[in-house]
Design a protein around this ligand. Structure first.
Ligand code: DAH
Length: 343
């Protein structure tokens, strides 16, 4: 420091300071440490201030002036060193903050375990969606059903074998007029809906159905169906064929061929099974037919003025055909590895 030579001998602490302070400032590791050094060297109780207070005692104005300047030079020089060091320490602190805050955008995110709809639900949703796209409305009905809606309104004869306890699960509701049972198909909603709504009717009914069957590769006591019903003033068998063919093409692929084979259902006349040619063979997909006038009579519709078609299909069956599954029990296998195959 150039000004040291001018210092009077009474200012030895200041002289000492000019020797020690620069290296102390330089080695300050933190801003707090630097603050302490600043207070000690140029602050209120520092040797610098001490020296300034001593100035009054110097009588010769020229000497007082020179000493004051010397003190100021030292003070300024130290202050400069301190502020330069402060800049360095602050930059370091900022750098550490940035480091601590650093986000590695190339790291793989934590992907939450995501659930999915069961294959049966997916299949029902997809089938309903196709019909909704064709202008149908989705409705649902009760699983505990009366004998009337499940059988009688659908033109099942009093002695039809489906009514037997060997086929149908009856519920014990005690002393009630009518037999209550677990619906064996989704068809009862045909009657329930027509009773409450004026034609035209275009509905699909997804839901659970129940039968008195033991579990094996082709039977489950609980499974799912999607029922469909279209009633209007001039519905023909051509409408049935066109609609169900379009459905099969949307569900299995544009090129899918279908054929209709005569069958019998009490609530449709004529009735048919629709088969589709997929994966190299003909497979039965669903039952269908023109609504039997007897059903219209049960719900108060005029069979002379109206016609309609109905169809019913099994959700499990549709899923199995689509995925090439051969054992119905796959559908109720709770093993996650089974379920994950059909995400
Ligand atoms: N309910 C019938 C069953 O469970 C399926 C069915 C066949 C529904 C023909 C219909 C139909 O609406 O027209 O086997």
């Amino acid at each position: 420091m150039a000004t040291r030579a001018n210092l009077p001998t009474s200012m030895i602490p200041l002289e000492q300071l000019t020797q020690d302070a620069p290296s102390r400032i330089d080695s300050a590791a933190t801003i707090a440490e630097l603050d302490a050094i600043e207070a000690e060297t140029v602050g209120k109780r520092s040797p610098v201030n001490e020296a300034r207070r001593g100035l009054g005692a110097i009588e010769d104005p020229a000497e007082r002036g020179a000493t004051g300047k010397a003190i100021n030079d030292i003070a300024n020089e130290l202050a400069d060193l301190i502020s330069a060091k402060r800049v360095v320490l602050e930059a370091g602190a900022m750098e550490r903050l940035l480091q601590a805050d650093k986000v590695d955008v190339t790291l793989r995110g934590r992907v939450p375990q995501r659930g999915t709809h069961h294959i049966i639900q997916q299949t029902m949703d997809e089938i309903v969606d196709i019909f909704v796209g064709l202008g149908y409305q989705m409705v649902e009905g009760p699983e505990a059903e009366t004998d009337f809606y499940n059988f009688t309104a659908l033109n099942f004869h009093e002695t039809h074998p489906s009514r037997l306890e060997s086929d149908t699960l009856y519920l014990d509701y005690g002393d009630v007029d009518e037999n209550i049972l677990l619906r064996t198909h989704t068809s009862p909603m045909q009657a329930r809906h027509m009773e409450k709504h004026e034609p035209p009717v275009y509905i699909v009914v997804p839901g659970k159905v129940f039968r008195s069957d033991a579990i094996d590769a082709t039977h489950l006591p609980v499974f799912h169906q999607i029922e469909g019903l279209a009633v209007d003033d001039n519905i023909t068998f051509a409408d049935l064929k066109g609609t169900l063919e379009e459905f099969a093409r949307q569900f299995f692929g544009r090129g899918t061929k279908v054929k209709f084979i005569p069958h019998y259902f009490p609530f449709t006349e004529p009735s048919a099974e629709m088969h589709a040619y997929t994966q190299g063979k003909w497979i039965e997909l669903l039952g269908c037919g023109m609504v039997n006038p007897a059903v219209f009579e049960h719900v108060g519709y005029d069979p002379a003025a109206l016609s309609g078609f109905a169809f019913g299909m099994g959700a499990e069956r549709m899923a199995m055909v689509r995925h090439g599954i051969t054992d119905l029990r796959t559908m109720i296998d709770p093993d996650v590895r089974t379920l994950e195959q059909y995400r």
